[in-house]
Design a protein around this ligand. Structure first.
Ligand code: CTP
Length: 402
């Protein structure tokens, strides 16, 4: 489903070195069939020329508020009315600060004030500028105003520092745009999702865990949210940003995850078990750090509750989606889990040896209760999540498919 076809997207480019990434964003948006118009601020012009963006967007580029020529052709109010969505990428600290105070001292801030369409920002700045209390206060205000924030990512920066402040990659912005145009397929539905690993303590300093990054579960949560669902994400310990507009409950152990799920199940339409829940926990957690006095160490483990199976056992169970992360014989194990766990669908994927966990991509097969199986080619977790949401939406509307 190409949700970007013929969508009118206004890209605002402000003063940040990440302005160069906006070129790629415009290129792939055009490729996806979107209509793109670009506004560059004075700060942005220090990093990128209108000529580049004109060539990529196939449209003239707007830079000035008080330009009689552009006002005659398409004034700033018309430009604001033209857009289905405004994305400021990169959004500099300065632009965010000007926006938040309601300034209308250049074309882009004026456009934003004059527009009624959703506004998204992909911040990009030095990590210390991002972490500064003033910027963080501005970000809180942006959120309160309903502006969607995409990123920033954490990583190496052009200034040589490492931390939060990188603009997220154009391809990720494209996916987020696709999701934001999703057609409300899950509107009015409540979706509970588990994600990430669990950690089972051995002693006060050590734990048993697994390599799950939580990326798949978080991507599903965002896709479900974008499709209009009311989403509750119950997450084990991960290093991911809290998704916007989603209730996130953080837990550590499988038992805590189980309790949190049971507590949040009322009025739940869809349950998705994307977490890699530890199957066992220590029978007796050592009260003090275990010392290496013995040559061998035996740990006695006891089974954790199976969250997915427990939800599926409920009389008024929601639509149930489980995952089967396997290192071998993936489809056969997945088929078994579909039956044994009494769920409507299993998402099967190969893990281990560098695939599945921690990676940004996933190769999955959807196995449905009615025997239908759909294998997807390797794609990133946002794309998988988007397809999964489509299938869930169709299962909800066709009860016979269950
Ligand atoms: N799951 C769960 N609670 C558990 C274990 C698993 O909710 N204690 C869920 C997972 O979130 C996933 C599905 O069950 O949706 C399958 O998980 P997986 O680890 O692949 O299988 P297990 O049931 O743990 O079986 P095994 O480890 O023997 O393959």
């Amino acid at each position: 489903m190409n949700t970007l076809s013929n969508r009118k997207i206004l890209i605002g480019i402000t003063g940040s070195i990440a302005a160069y990434k906006a070129c790629e964003l415009v290129r792939i948006l055009k490729q996806a069939g979107a209509k793109v118009r670009v506004v560059i601020t004075q700060g942005g012009l220090e990093f990128i020329t209108p000529m580049t963006l004109q060539a990529l967007s196939g449209e003239r580029v707007w830079t000035d508020l008080l330009d009689p020529e552009s006002e005659a052709a398409m004034g700033h109010i018309e430009l604001a009315r033209w857009a289905d969505l405004i994305l400021i990428a990169p959004a500099s600290a300065n632009f965010i600060a000007r926006f938040i105070t309601g300034m209308a001292d250049d074309l882009l801030t004026t456009l934003c004030l004059a527009s009624t369409v959703p506004i998204y920002m992909a911040p990009a700045m030095n990590q210390q500028m991002w972490l500064n209390t003033i910027t963080q206060q501005n970000i809180t205000k942006l959120r309160a105003l309903g502006v969607g924030l995409w990123g920033p990512a954490i990583g190496g920066q052009a200034c040589g520092e490492t931390g939060p402040g990188r603009m997220i990659e154009p391809v990720e912005l494209l996916e987020k745009l696709q999701l934001s145009f999703n057609n409300g397929a899950l509107a009015g539905k409540r979706v509970v999702i588990t994600a990430g690993p669990t950690q089972e303590a051995l002693d006060p300093v050590r734990y048993l865990a697994n390599h799950s990054s939580g990326k798949m579960g978080y991507a599903i949560a965002e896709a479900a949210r974008a499709a209009g669902a009311d989403v509750i994400l119950i997450s084990g310990p991960v290093h991911l940003a809290r998704p916007e507009g989603i209730e996130v409950i953080t837990v550590t152990t499988a038992e805590q995850m189980y309790k949190a799920v049971m507590h949040k199940l009322s009025a739940c339409d869809v349950f998705i078990g994307a977490a890699a829940v530890a199957d066992y926990r220590l029978q007796d957690i050592a009260q003090q750090k275990i010392k290496k006095t013995e040559e061998t160490l035996t740990l006695r483990l006891v089974k954790n509750p199976d969250i997915l199976a427990a939800v599926a056992a409920k009389q008024d169970k929601p639509l149930m989606i489980g995952f089967a992360a396997e290192t071998e014989d993936v489809l056969n194990y997945a088929r078994q889990k579909l039956i044994e766990k009494n769920v409507d669908m299993i998402v099967a994927n190969q893990v281990g040896h560098g695939v599945g966990f921690e990676s940004d991509d996933n190769t999955v097969t959807f196995l449905l209760r009615n025997g239908k199986e759909q294998s997807l080619t390797k794609q990133n977790k946002q794309q998988v999540a988007s397809k999964l949401v489509e299938v869930i939406a169709s299962l909800l509307t066709q009860p016979t498919e269950k």
